[in-house]
Unconditional design. Structure first.
Ligand SMILES: [Zn+2]
Length: 169
């Protein structure tokens, strides 16, 4: 459909290229066991999951990242791939439930700044600051100090243990 209205573009000029994988940091990174943002707690043929180091007010915040060719949307996966990826996400989410006992889990596929398929798994707690609403740390420009690293490492070890046998080293 051709839209002849003149509207100011708000998304980056190179957005289509980024959706196609140009300069994709999640493809280029090579999935290390740890980076500045997180510690890997899960790895399969189709996904990696990283426990985040930032103190976003939601202890246990993990990001599950599609492993394989560059994919921006879950709609680009085959039905089989989508099913396997969902299994990955649920495996991580269940470990988070067991370890952190949250009041609610938020599973979010956004990718509005980095369009490589990934899912935010965000445990919510009865004392968090945004009851009934999306987690505030998703707001652009939100400040995120680091959690004590030893606490993150302990939690990462426990999550790995809960998903034992799922991490192919
Ligand atoms: Zn990518």
């Amino acid at each position: 459909m051709t839209d002849t209205r003149r509207v100011p573009r708000t998304w980056p000029d190179d957005w289509d290229q980024r959706v196609g994988g140009d300069g994709c940091a999640m493809c280029a990174q090579g999935r290390p066991d740890e980076d500045e943002l997180g510690i890997r707690v899960y790895r399969s043929d189709t996904a990696d999951a990283y426990l985040q180091k930032a103190d976003v007010g939601q202890r246990g915040y993990c990001i599950v990242i599609w492993r394989g060719r560059h994919v921006a949307e879950p709609t680009q996966l085959s039905d089989t791939e989508a099913g396997v990826y969902w299994d990955d996400v649920l495996r991580v989410a269940r470990a988070i439930e067991v370890h952190y006992a949250p009041a609610k889990l938020n599973l979010m596929m956004l990718g509005n700044s980095l369009p490589h398929l990934h899912t935010h798994v965000v445990p919510r707690y009865v004392d968090d600051r945004d009851p009934g609403r999306p987690p505030r740390f998703m707001d652009p420009g939100a400040k995120t100090p680091a959690l004590p690293i030893e606490e993150v490492r302990r939690d990462a070890a426990k999550l790995r243990e809960l998903m034992e046998g799922q991490i192919a080293e």
